[in-house]
Design a protein around this ligand. Structure first.
Ligand code: ATP
Ligand code: MG
Length: 367
């Protein structure tokens, strides 16, 4: 049974239509990440699920029960906010125990639950401290502890890691994921960070301007984006987009870029793309699918193309090299030492098996 079912949900703030007819089903035990640009409606959707905002139309069911008009405390949810929202005058222990006491949990059970959550989050030595005596990461753990002691059906997180530095974010990311594996609870996690979405989610729901643009497993969305928007949103550095044309060259299809480059398509893609012969398209190429050409590598679908590097960005394991393709800047992901300086001429191999072909008017991926 789905733990959460949202049907035709709309939410307005005056003239602003923040959530536009969203349908969403989340199965029990799943870790779902709501991701999208700032202002796309992630927090609004989460807060409406929690009951902190009223829906204008549509329904929300939690555990099979219609809760659309129920107040937050009757919804069987626990929520972690970006700003922690801890009580400053209460100790860590009391902050974690607060929700249990408010729900009249028998005193004998409270202590065990608080201790267990504190151990899980490695804050058991901090229980007597006050929030002002804690670091950002510790405050974050207390906020998570307060949510997980509650035996809720649904756990909601709104950008809980955005106040932390990069290293602590990485740590907390793995910890939240581990916590999910241990507890097996249904969790919905909001972030605008695509890397957080990719690394944490069982399923990503990508929101754009109040609507779901696409949903699926992280690799589903990464490897089979439905639209140019999704293709460009996931991945860092992001996918290269180049205006191009499908051409028939010596009886086979190829992508013609600018005046010079002709990139043959693998035979397996010819049927699907034949109707686009002679038409304008947008070619999408991920940096990792552009490499340095190797002598004698004649794999089907590998298109060769000469280039001059104009920017070199080493990251250690890989080096990103910028070059011009069809008049626009494109990025290739090379081995660490393959690109050394601007002006270097290089022969590139573009994996046309993985290239994304986009219809320019609708911005839909056609193959
Ligand atoms: N209380 C409010 N009154 C009026 N408009 C609001 C209110 N809250 C949000 N909005 C608007 O609704 C839209 C969605 O906002 P929301 O906070 O859900 O975005 P978000 O995806 O969470 O963004 P962010 O990543 O910046 O947190 C935005 O256009 C925002 O300006
Ligand atoms: Mg938000």
């Amino acid at each position: 049974m789905a733990d959460l079912r949202i049907t035709a949900l709309n939410k307005y703030y005056g003239q602003v239509h923040a959530v536009k007819g969203v349908d969403l089903e989340i199965p029990a035990g799943e870790f779902t990440v709501l991701v999208g640009q700032s202002g796309c409606g992630k927090s609004t959707l989460l807060r409406t699920i929690a009951g902190l905002e009223d829906a204008d139309s549509g329904t929300i069911e939690i555990g099979g029960q219609n809760v659309t008009d129920d107040p937050p405390r009757d919804r069987d949810i626990a929520m972690v906010f970006q700003n922690y929202a801890l009580y400053p005058y209460m100790s860590v222990y009391d902050n974690i125990a607060f929700g249990l006491r408010a729900r009249k949990t028998p005193a004998g059970e409270i202590d065990g639950k608080v201790q267990r959550a504190a151990q899980m989050l490695a804050i058991d030595h901090l229980l007597q401290r006050y929030p002002r005596q804690l670091s950002g990461g510790q405050l974050q753990r207390v906020a998570i502890g307060r949510a997980i002691v509650r035996n809720a059906r649904l756990y909601l997180f709104d950008e809980p890691l955005s106040n932390l530095d990069a290293q602590l974010r990485d740590e907390m990311r793995s910890e939240i994921k581990r916590l999910h594996q241990e507890l097996g609870k249904t969790m919905i996690y909001v972030t605008h960070d695509q890397i957080e979405a990719m690394t944490m989610a069982d399923r990503i729901v990508l929101l754009r301007d109040g609507k779901i643009e696409q949903q699926g497993s992280p690799l589903d969305l990464y490897e089979r984006p439905a639209t140019k928007y999704v293709a460009g949103f996931l991945g860092s550095p992001s996918m290269n987009f180049v205006d191009a044309e499908i051409a028939s060259v010596a009886g086979r299809l190829a992508v013609r870029v600018g005046d010079s480059a002709v990139l043959p398509l693998p035979q397996s893609r010819n049927d699907r793309l034949a109707p686009y012969t002679g038409k304008r398209i947008v070619l999408g190429l991920r940096p990792e699918h552009i490499s340095r050409a190797r002598e004698g590598d004649a794999r089907e679908g590998l298109a060769r193309c000469g280039a001059v590097i104009d920017l070199v960005q080493p990251t250690g394991a890989r080096t990103y090299a910028t070059f011009k393709l069809g008049g626009v800047e494109a990025v290739a992901e090379l081995q660490a030492h393959e690109a050394s300086q601007p002006g270097q001429a290089i022969e590139l191999a573009i994996d046309m098996n993985r290239a994304v072909i986009i219809e320019p008017d609708t911005e839909k991926v056609v193959s």
